[in-house]
Write a protein of this length. Structure first.
Length: 184
């Protein structure tokens, strides 16, 4: 329910409960076949109004996921290309990428916050010699350190995200073939 609500709220996506036409029936059946081949439960399928060629997967787990595609993807790609994009998103679901990336971001953020507070404390005590509580140097230094450490930590998250994209591409190539992935 949360993934459905978020997709609808953030993108205006419409979850397909019952296909309204042949295109929607093809989309749902393609996702069903790929999910079966990937060994995961059938995710919900949605279409959102956007001219850009895009798709995404979201959800709290492999068994409660949603795959959404833009109108632009359905209008701008042939079926082989669209199947490859769907296979990429199904691979994200099968790999648990949505939750994994959120957890990694959370761990990195925890380190950023802890280290920035430590730096703020040290500057407050050692440089400004605050003896009781926290002085203004703690707040200012902590905030500046959060920004700096956040920027320095971003490549870690970016690297991990890129690795997940490569894995999803490989998974999609296994599902639909390398030729379809290259075409997409």
């Amino acid at each position: 329910l949360l993934s459905r609500w978020m997709a609808k709220r953030l993108t205006g996506a419409r979850v397909i409960d019952a296909p309204a036409d042949a295109r929607e029936a093809w989309l749902v059946e393609t996702v069903r076949q790929q999910a079966r081949a990937a060994g995961i439960p059938m995710p919900e399928v949605a279409i959102y109004p956007a001219a850009d060629v895009n798709a995404f997967a979201t959800g709290p787990s492999r068994s409660r996921a949603l795959v959404a595609v833009s109108e632009g993807l359905l209008d701008g790609m042939n079926r082989q290309e669209a199947e490859a994009v769907l296979a990429h998103e199904i691979s994200h679901v099968a790999n648990g990428d949505m939750v994994t990336l959120a957890l990694i971001q959370g761990v990195v953020n925890s380190f950023v916050l802890a280290l920035s507070r430590l730096v703020g404390y040290l500057v407050d005590r050692l440089v400004f010699r605050t003896e009781e509580g926290h002085g203004p140097a703690f707040l200012v230094t902590s905030l500046v350190a959060q920004v700096v450490f956040g920027i320095l930590a971003s490549p870690i998250v970016f690297w991990f995200s890129r690795q997940r994209e490569f894995r999803a591409d490989a998974g999609a190539a296994n599902l639909v073939g390398a030729g379809a992935m290259i075409a997409a």
